[in-house]
Write a protein of this length. Structure first.
Lengths: 463, 463, 463
């Protein structure tokens, strides 16, 4: 047996009993997945997933960054190859190094999928690598393992993807136009057209103009084009935007100043500080548009992208070489909050990779401003210890109702049930501790378990 | 029942038993409250507290910042009104939103007061809001609920208020001149006359001159006026000063440089950096005066005041819109410590809102410099988890004897017993864990429980 | 009894049982001590340690910084005296203040030595100070307490000292040339010849030239001299270098730029920023040499040395007046990592005094770059809570195999077994918790306990 029925519950019998009772109420609730990186094309086409290596190793930088850190070459893992030459060999390398994941959440997510989806019972190792490969490969060819079947099997109620503002959304349209009853919605991610440092920015702006028929050589036309695009996303079910900036810096320029800056940016000879100011201003513009059109706004700051320049040059973005940095919110968000902080119509969800901000900045901000909510622990902190630190550091100041439930934030579709299950278990463990401490009564904990699992995400993301 | 006899004690039976034994020794010790924000006028006049809304909602920014963060308007709560038009309605709004406080210390403080002082047994909700309102209102009209009676009932041994350097201290004088046997002492808080960015700074300096008869247009006269005022505070029992600066920056200018800066400040055309330098220099001046007159010095840095400018404009200071920032101590305190750090006669108590400094800066500093002590977790961190993090992060480097017991730091008089009780429980839980780990023997833990509850505060604050 | 058989094991019976089983497998493993500050001369000469005060109080800034923080004068402790005038009096002061160490790891290390080495059973206090002094003094004169006997008694397999690049290594040579079978190896610490702010830098460079016969007035000659010296260290068993810089800043100048900077530095009229740049460049040069000669590289950044200038002036370096600062790794290391980050032949071990970097920067970096490993919690964080925070914050992202086992990092030879024992217990407690959480199976935990105690240190340090 790879995963234990009582995993992640507190050891002390009194608390464990409470945790299990809470979990029993929420374990089978539908999954709300309001933020993630699965591909709509999977569901539009509904083709079988290829082999185990392509499914578990290639798309998951949690997996191959660890292998790489211990000397496994990305070439050997065939990372970046559209078709794998020798998936069984890749799988074998992964299996041989599976011990590296001891103590990591990746190990728990994988074991969950191996057991619950593929019926494996013995820990993955060099010895049973081929057996794993064969069993998984075979199952992937069955109808039960087609993307749409898995969506249903996973008990998903809604699944949000993340989409460039330049995405045609053809796959979302195809899903909508099919007979399939499912709710797969895009999320508006405009980084490529609001961040002057984004690869190909000028071309992206041009493409935005073409796509919307607006004149993107003027500030007014550019803003109009963004409004139009947001509207197109909304027509396909989108309820949220997402902003992956290096910092949380916002700005509040006058329209004249902003327009002038936009022209400088378009001309392409700006300093880094001007690019940062433009990104900052665009967060405030996005907040303004959110107040108009009701899209919930998410800010995911604080990652230094492509830290490993060799990997970036050879393999491109999102290859496990992004590293968090110290992130400031209290000064950075002030310009936006000065303008819109007291607007009840705005929902602005903040994420962090800098846990020192939980109790110092984020909980005090979210515990005061009506527009602010705290997103769940993100990326490196989306783990049992990380989730517990989040609750322990934010709840006392911001309470539960300024948080928004769980995000799986994953590219690995098969890990979704495992990730939500982990969040449910950790939240129940936390609530059980509060009950055991007599800080909360059991009926309240029950209501909270439901809210943290289901209610808060639906409400915050307006789903 | 709202509060449980064993709340906040560890769940593991062996540790719980030790914690309870420790707590039994300290639960009834008198309360030393060396830092807080109650009003001397309450005790000077000894008039009944008005209604429940005025008592529990209006003065407590812990309460209404949470309500505000969830969309309750401050207008509806009648915040800032001298007389409430409809206290029952305000109370009803509060009761309806009481669930927002789940998992917060505010909830525990309130339940403590509701049960222990007013005999309530059922959790506050929309349903019983009127009943609560009636019971509390009635009790508040009885002699047992007059401020002086409560002071006695709470078993207070000494209660320090916090007073502007410009406060006439008439209320403290009135208490002293009455027959009432109690120890209510002022704390010297000179922010309004040492911080050039304080509202009305120039007028404040003028008032300081009038009040003391010193010529505050010269550096020497200004310092003299501060010395005279400190002396006046001391005559009414004051043993400590308090400094609420944006940062912990100190400076060590020559008298000539300092005098020159003072003239620039008075002339009113300084840059922000010069204002910061002046505040920094004034901390060092205050340390110098403390060595002379024996007043214990407290520094409370790191809060960005009035972050929400709309709230500040409408309601003024201290309305729940202050947000902590990253705080540096190691560089900032060096100028002061270079001058006075090795003076055994000086006691300088440091507080923080940036928990990342506990193990990195504060414990190493306090575990070395003879003048330094660490204040208890403050404000947003004055909570069960916050207190535990403080002990876990500072004890191993600074020990217990470089800490100073508990501060309730509250404007909410009725929360004082609840807050001290919480601190006693958490400290006993921490000590019990050390005993269970065999890191401490039980007789030592007993002595420490007493010191943390009573002895260290009296000693550090020279009470 | 001073130390309990079950100290530091978790209280919950199920977890405790697992922890004890793990610990039973590793408690008697030989000690690998790959980083510390003991003196090779002790083992070269093999003379008796002098009295208890000279042994336990004088060399240990953990001890006297705490005493100093509570008003004990360093004069009274005879700190800095080559020969103590009244060791019994110094011991008495220490004994009287022993209660100050409650809750600190120092207390546990001392009690371990008192009981395990000297057979004491009653807690040190003013009352039994003389008895302790007599018993310890007597034992120190026996053959069993000579340095070489203790080395054997402690079950040391290898002990690394830390040595200036200017050290003649005569003591190491003497040990090698004696018949004694032991492995005491130097570590190459070049701070005095790569840090322009180091006391007597110019003279140090001159001495380096003399020592190696290289022309240290040129950039090429200087680098050559460093290479030669590293080789001399290697001949005496050295496998690692150590770099104690104020920050983790690295640089990647061209040879021409670096040579030019070196000439400015030699000329002695540089700005602080140029000195910092030179240190930064030298880390990259050291990495280059490590790739050539295979020495493992350690960076110990983030301490502000000699914060207390009075103590520094009177007593010199390393007197307990060093205070940690905020430390950045993600930007600082980038120049070096851009050049060498993907070199499998390089091992670069990072330490920190800023725990906020564990989950934010260090674990993500080590969980990606093949050359990076994380050193154990260091200095102020080398404690039960500190070790647990380290595991909890780094394991989920970096796993166990990007860490390198324990360093005792001590000047106090007699504390070595106590420190390693503490690390073994805390690691077993952490592993037991993972097993109890069903995040790890017991056979894996067993293997990991062995690796964390023995295998990882040997492998990472190439011992």
């Amino acid at each position: 047996m790879l995963i234990h029925e009582d995993r992640l519950f507190p050891a002390e019998p009194g608390i464990r009993k409470i945790a299990k009772a809470l979990y029993a109420q929420v374990r089978s609730l539908p999954i709300i997945s309001p933020h993630g990186h699965t591909q709509a094309s999977w569901f539009a086409k509904n083709e079988p997933f290829p082999d185990p290596a392509k499914l578990f190793v290639q798309p998951d930088h949690y997996v191959y960054r660890m292998l790489y850190s211990q000397g496994v070459s990305l070439e050997d893992l065939e990372i970046g190859q559209a078709e794998l030459k020798d998936p069984r060999k890749v799988w074998g390398i992964f299996a041989r190094h599976y011990y590296l994941f001891r103590g990591t959440p990746t190990r728990m997510w994988l074991d969950f999928a191996f057991q619950e989806l593929f019926g494996m019972e013995e820990r993955l190792s060099a010895k049973n690598a081929d057996h794993y490969f064969d069993v998984i490969s075979e199952k992937l060819r069955t109808p039960e393992f087609l993307p749409r079947a898995l969506y249903k099997h996973f008990n998903l109620e809604v699944l949000a993807t993340t989409n460039s503002a330049l995405d045609s959304l053809a796959d979302h349209r195809a899903i909508r136009d099919s007979n399939w009853k499912a709710r797969i919605v895009p999320t508006f991610r405009p980084d490529s057209v609001v961040d002057p440092d984004f690869n190909g920015f000028a071309g992206n702006i041009a493409k935005l103009g073409e796509q919307t028929g607006e004149d993107c050589s003027t500030w007014a036309g550019y803003l109009k084009a963004l409004r139009v695009t947001r509207r197109q996303f909304q027509e396909l079910g989108c309820t949220a935007t997402d902003h992956g900036h290096p910092t949380a810096q916002t700005a509040n320029l006058s329209p004249a100043e902003a327009g002038k800056l936009f022209q400088l940016i378009l001309a392409g000879n700006t300093e880094p500080a001007q690019n940062e100011l433009f990104r900052a201003q665009m967060l405030t513009e996005m907040a303004r548009m959110s107040i108009e059109d009701g899209l919930v706004m998410q800010i995911h700051p604080g990652s230094m992208r492509n830290h490993n320049h060799l990997i970036f040059e050879r393999y491109g973005r999102d290859m496990g070489g992004d590293i968090p940095r110290t992130t400031n919110y209290v000064d950075a968000l002030r310009p936006l909050l000065d303008q819109f902080g007291n607007e009840a119509g705005l929902t602005l969800i903040l994420f962090t990779l800098d846990e020192s901000t939980y109790s110092r900045e984020l909980a005090p901000l979210a515990g005061h401003y009506p527009c602010l909510r705290l997103g769940p622990p993100w990326w490196f902190h989306d783990s049992p210890e990380g989730m517990m630190r989040f609750r322990e550091r934010v709840t006392e100041t911001a309470g539960f109702y300024n948080t928004v439930g769980f995000n799986d934030d994953t590219r690995a579709f098969l890990s979704i049930p495992a990730r939500h299950d982990m969040a449910r278990r950790v939240d129940c463990a936390y609530l059980a501790k509060l009950v055991s401490d007599h800080r909360l009564e059991e009926d309240e904990a029950m209501e909270l378990a439901h809210d943290l699992t289901y209610g808060l995400a639906k409400k915050a993301y307006r789903l």
